[in-house]
Design a protein around this ligand. Structure first.
Ligand SMILES: NC(=O)c1ccc[n+]([C@@H]2O[C@H](COP(=O)([O-])OP(=O)(O)OC[C@H]3O[C@@H](n4cnc5c(N)ncnc54)[C@H](OP(=O)(O)O)[C@@H]3O)[C@@H](O)[C@H]2O)c1
Length: 265
């Protein structure tokens, strides 16, 4: 794996940093991370990660520089580091910022990638959607290998990057809300909050495995647990009468419209 620098060690930067250092591929590699106010990142320091608020110092020696700041902070970061990244690979995880927009501020020698991971990076369970206009296969493989160390990857066209942000990154919040509702239902039918959470989270994990490893369509797995006139189909149909699938789809579309409006900051 390459030497890496993450500029912006907030929610997603920190999750990726933890994922990288915990990954089996990470042996003897160097990772540096920066944050503006230098919030306590002692966990990372204990894992031999270089923690600093000096971006220029942090990128020295890094082959891959990942920018993980909020969109409104991107310009100041790129202006600061641009003169120092001629020979580096730049990966932006910033939502809504195109490769074209990024490239206008960096030397032409820099290969620019966009990546959209999620906060499950921390446990090596993210999905990262990747795109680039680079045609250099070894560089592509290097970047993909890096993100494969913290989960699964998909290479997509850039015009799907906003959709990837909604489905893969915002998606964590959608699933969390689903889990919370399941837990609340579980409490009402008799479980303690803790037991309900254990049952629901493992059920969600197991259901995901059925699709990831089993390769089936969700509806085929639903058929296996719905007996005619049984309790599962009664519950499912009641949820649908109340707009379950429709609410999810509408929410995804509204998130997508918001990201496309250019107001995301
Ligand atoms: N959160 C997610 O699940 C997720 C997933 C995929 C992509 N993204 C994208 O990732 C980016 C960051 O999101 P986030 O949720 O992680 O935000 P966040 O928690 O606010 O983290 C942003 C980090 O950037 C640091 N920062 C700001 N200006 C800096 C500078 N000039 N130099 C060095 N560090 C600087 C901040 O430091 P201070 O706190 O010290 O100001 C903070 O640590 C966004 O563009 C978002 O679109 C987020």
């Amino acid at each position: 794996m390459s030497n890496i620098c993450i500029i912006g060690c907030g929610n997603i930067g920190y999750s990726m940093a933890q994922g990288f250092v915990n990954s089996a591929d990470f042996n003897n590699q160097s990772l540096s991370v920066t944050a503006r106010k230098g919030k306590p990142l002692s966990n990372l320091q204990n894992l031999n990660v270089k923690v600093t608020n000096d971006n220029i110092y942090a990128i020295a020696g890094a082959e891959i520089v990942i920018i993980a700041v909020k969109p409104h902070d991107f310009n100041s970061v790129i202006t600061e580091i641009a003169p120092h990244i001629q020979d580096k690979i730049l990966v932006s995880v910033v939502a809504g910022l195109s490769i074209k927009q990024i490239k206008k501020d960096v030397p032409s020698s820099v290969q620019v990638f966009r990546a959209m991971p999620n906060t499950a990076s921390k446990f090596g369970e993210t999905i990262t959607c990747l795109c680039s206009d680079s045609i250099d296969q070894p560089t592509f493989e290097k970047v993909e290998k890096l993100f494969r160390s913290i989960g699964r990857t998909i290479i997509i066209q850039e015009d799907l990057m906003d959709a990837a942000t909604v489905l893969g990154a915002c998606g964590v919040a959608f699933v969390m809300r689903f889990i919370r509702a399941m837990v609340q239902g579980g409490i009402q039918i008799g479980f303690s909050s803790e037991d309900a959470k254990t049952i629901v989270t493992q059920t969600v994990k197991g259901a995901a495995e059925l699709l990831l490893e089993g390769g089936m369509h969700p509806e085929a797995e639903i058929d296996k647990v719905t007996t005619p006139k049984g309790c599962t189909i009664v519950g499912l149909n009641e949820m649908e009468h109340n707009g379950f699938s429709s609410a999810l789809i509408k929410g995804i579309i509204e998130s997508y419209k918001e990201i496309n409006s250019g107001k995301v900051n």
